[in-house]
Design a protein around this ligand. Structure first.
Ligand code: PHE
Length: 507
């Protein structure tokens, strides 16, 4: 309502006076509109009127000055130098005042500054151990200037004085904005409602001919857009991926979720009677009913090492069934891919060459979901194949790898995997939780797995694996995995969570 009144005030004033040179001179019902708030309202009205080209306006910025707390004190009681002069005796008409006495009389701060300025002004002089007056009636310029500024917001003593007073922190500038206003091309005292859109109806009726249209506002802020966001698992995956690249590893092609039991278990020397193979633990695929056949000679070597042994092993001495081998399943670990890659490495053109390979991808286990388990998750896995490498190399690789993730204090505990010997669980000291936590599983792949592939005898292969979800949950302090993946995922959190740097540790 106020802005409507101001709008008609501006239009009426322009109509009778042509221009308004200073918007602070406008007054509504006898009340001045010079305050900052009123000038802001005027600005809004001017923007609206000028978008219709009814008025033109210019912004004028001026500066006035206000007294600081110290400035106010001087305005009230006089400058430090005059206060020093005031307490001193006229020469010969009293005991000269010593520095300690002066400090008692006016306070140490005022005594120090006031004495030095009064000296410079030649208002006071030394007399024996003390000071006496040397001017009769000094003029306290500073106090006079400050009074003028208090009363008028400015003074007439020139710019150098302004600078000096500002430097002494006695005054502070204050900016003021006002406007000069004149008539625009479409000036009228009536404000026409402007059309924002050209409609079909206006075209059909011909009303468009008499309509005025609102101008485009190219400076308007657009609608906020909703951008995509990387899922926390993808951010942590990127960190692991970069560490592997730094260490010279290449990525394995993990783009197949459905795997044969042959690659997922048999080729890795996992016995066909192993509990992990049961339906409660593994998702089997009904259709197609069986996998393609592996290379017959390789299959035969695998069958033999399971049933009868070989390569220094006595095997499992249990029946090995082709039907079991040809079952299709959702891979339970990415080590199935590592195994297929090692087989390729052994049988590639030109023969075996040392390799460092990694993968980070999804695996599936037939588990009931709870706060820390899902039926699908991701594995991070590194595999190194070379001549004559040892358990010491495996430990060194893991120390470098996990060191780059901020896990510098590691412990290794003997463990069991059907496909590695020796096997080790890896523990890391978690500073934040104050305890050792298991972070990975590792080992040296068995000859029963490597030799049937045709890898040269001196070649050893080491590897380590872990989940991607666990470090992600630790990093982002997520206690329930179901809020990270699946239909209960908190999308808002996905958007808000910042990137992480693994090398900064876990706490
Ligand atoms: N496949 C193992 C797991 O699922 C990890 C692992 C990889 C262990 C390589 C040893 C060597 O936990």
């Amino acid at each position: 309502i106020k802005s409507e009144a101001i709008q008609s005030l501006i239009l009426q004033t322009l109509s009778s006076e042509e221009t308004i040179s200073d918007s602070r001179q406008l007054a509504l019902e006898g009340k001045s509109l010079s305050s900052t708030e009123d000038q802001n309202v005027i600005r809004g009205v001017l923007d609206s009127l000028s978008s219709k080209e009814m008025v033109e306006y210019k912004q004028i910025t001026t500066t006035s000055y206000i007294l600081t707390e110290e400035g106010k004190l001087i305005d009230e009681k006089g400058s430090h130098e005059i206060r020093v002069w005031q307490v001193l005796p006229v020469k010969g008409k009293g005991e000269p005042i010593t520095v300690p006495e002066l400090q008692k009389l006016v306070g140490p701060g005022i005594a120090k500054v006031g004495q030095s300025r009064a000296f410079k002004n030649k208002w006071i002089a030394k007399d024996g151990n003390g000071f006496v007056r040397s001017a009769e009636a000094p003029v306290d310029e500073t106090a006079i200037q400050l009074r003028e500024i208090r009363e008028k917001g400015d003074h007439t003593s020139g710019e150098s004085v302004t600078k000096e007073l500002q430097k002494r922190k006695l005054i502070a500038p204050k900016k003021h904005i006002h406007y000069s206003i004149s008539k625009g091309a479409n000036f009228s005292t009536e404000v026409k409602q402007l059309e924002t859109d050209l409609t079909v109806e206006m075209l059909q009726s011909g009303a468009w001919k008499d309509s005025s249209f609102k101008q485009y506002n190219f400076a308007a802020a657009g609608q906020p857009t909703d951008g995509g966001a990387l899922h926390p698992l993808l951010k942590v995956r990127e960190e692991f991926r970069n560490i592997f690249f730094e260490m010279g590893f290449t990525e394995m092609p993990t783009n197949r979720f459905v795997e044969s039991a042959f690659w997922n278990f048999d080729a890795m020397f996992v016995p066909q009677q192993h509990p992990a193979r049961e339906m409660q633990d593994t998702f089997y695929v009904k259709n197609p009913v069986k996998s393609l056949q592996p290379e017959p000679e390789y299959y035969e070597r695998i069958r033999k090492v399971h049933e009868e042994g070989g390569y220094g092993s006595i095997g499992y001495r249990a029946p090995f069934s082709r039907e079991e081998s040809e079952k299709l399943l959702l891979r339970t670990h990415t080590t199935a891919i590592s195994t297929a890659m090692l087989y390729e490495l052994a049988n590639q053109k030109g023969g075996f060459k040392p390799a460092k390979m990694y993968s980070i991808d999804r695996v599936f286990r037939n588990e009931t979901a709870d706060a820390t388990h899902l039926a699908e998750f991701h594995q991070v896995e590194g595999v190194v194949a070379d001549y004559n490498i040892t358990l010491g190399n495996l430990i060194a690789f893991m120390q470098e790898f996990f060191g780059k993730t901020g896990n510098t204090k590691l412990r290794f505990k003997p463990a069991y995997n059907p496909y590695t010997e020796p096997s080790m669980e890896v523990f890391s000291w978690h500073e934040g939780l104050g305890k050792w936590i298991e972070i990975a599983n590792s080992g040296i792949f068995r000859p029963e797995m490597l030799e049937p592939m045709g890898l040269p005898k001196g070649v050893r292969v080491l590897g380590w694996g872990m989940s991607l979800e666990r470090p992600t949950m630790i990093k982002y302090k997520i206690s329930d995995i179901r809020t990270l993946v699946g239909h209960k995922t908190d999308l808002d959190q996905v958007k808000k969570r910042a990137a992480v740097r693994l090398e900064k540790g876990d706490d």
